[in-house]
Design a protein around this ligand. Structure first.
Ligand code: FE
Length: 347
């Protein structure tokens, strides 16, 4: 009798603890983020301020976020996953790390070409901001007309002039994945081989390192995500000003299918414990305020159409024709692209 009573008391206490933690769960959101931009702190703070939902965030690079989600499995506390590349988002979806999101707001505001799967309702991931992969060149030594398409990066006229970060970095996998979709496998392989033949140095460093190398003359032409360039353009540091003085940029393929555009995006984690809060956060990222933040804070373009932004660097770059290839298709091509890179020896 006594034991039963004790058990009952314990059970009641356990239920009370469960109830407590359920209440606590409603009041928080766990984000695994690969966004690596200090200006985002304001974004998270604004969400917490307007909703009262505290955010716990784990920051890591894309690969580490995915590895962690996989190793944690159903025990993962992750509710929202933020990644900065279409190929990574696609990979995570294929690996079963996300779940479909039903949100009229997201469906209405995020263009279909910037969503996962077929871009239809119930997509598993959404692009919230876009970045263009632009070409930067040394004004003193390069003619703009020699570098105004991605194809020309592999032209013999640019022999010994090109530098890039690693070919298998997601930003390049996505660019090459878009080229593969447009040109087919044989042409893309030849193009990548031409790029390797034109390298001024073995691939190393990040995008900003390539821009600096163009300015210093170590190489003459490079590709970079637009926000790294915009960051330098807005910098007041004398060494950054000096870099910007020496270079010019071009949006490639304006006469053709347009400049390759990638996304930073987000999804609800497969095993999210705070599903409603997670969807609410994604909807917040599509709000006018958050969309403006991506532009003004991190020099990205809003994914939502018609958002007015005030960013002098993005204004200076001017409007451009963006490739409208669905980012999910680009992500899907990364496996083939990696094989081509191996074949042509693009490190
Ligand atoms: Fe980046």
């Amino acid at each position: 009798m006594k034991i039963t009573k004790t058990l009952r008391t314990l059970a009641a206490a356990g239920l009370a603890i469960l109830a407590l933690s359920a209440t606590a769960q409603e009041r928080e959101l766990n984000i695994y983020s690969a966004r690596h931009y200090a200006s985002d702190e304001a974004l998270y703070a604004a969400f917490t301020q307007s909703t009262g939902i505290p955010i716990r965030r784990i920051d890591a690079d894309d690969a580490a976020v995915l590895a962690r989600l996989k190793s944690e499995g159903s025990a993962s506390p992750a509710d929202v996953v933020l990644l900065v590349d279409a190929s990574r988002l696609w990979r995570a979806e294929v690996d079963g790390l996300f779940q479909p999101v039903a949100s009229k707001q997201l469906d209405a505001r995020i263009p279909a070409s910037l969503r996962g799967k077929d871009g239809g309702e119930g997509s598993q991931w959404f692009g919230f901001s876009t970045r263009a992969r632009v070409i930067v060149y040394n004004k003193a030594s390069v003619e703009r007309t020699d570098v105004d398409t991605y194809a020309k990066l592999a032209d013999p006229v640019n022999k010994g002039k090109v530098c890039t970060r690693s070919g298998s970095h997601p930003y390049n996998l996505s660019l090459f994945g878009a080229q593969l979709e447009h040109m087919g496998e044989a042409k893309t392989r030849a193009w990548l081989a031409g790029l390797v033949a034109n390298m001024a140095r073995a691939p190393k460093g990040g995008d900003t390192d390539q821009i600096r190398a163009v300015a210093s003359g170590e190489c003459q032409v490079a590709v970079t995500n637009s926000y790294y360039l915009a960051r330098l353009m807005r910098s007041t540091k004398p060494e950054d000003r000096a870099v910007v003085e020496k270079i010019a940029m071009v949006f490639p393929d304006q006469a053709d299918w347009g400049t390759h555009v990638n996304i930073a995006g987000g999804a609800v984690a497969r095993h999210a414990k705070h599903h409603a809060e997670a969807v609410r956060f994604l909807e917040y990222l599509a709000s006018d305020d958050a969309q403006r933040h991506f532009a003004d804070g991190n020099n990205e373009w809003p994914a939502v159409k018609g958002i007015r932004i005030a960013n002098p660097a993005l204004d200076a770059m001017g409007p451009f024709k963006a490739d409208t290839l669905p980012v999910s298709v680009i992500g899907m091509n990364q496996v083939k692209v990696q094989r081509l890179l191996d074949e042509v020896g693009y490190k």
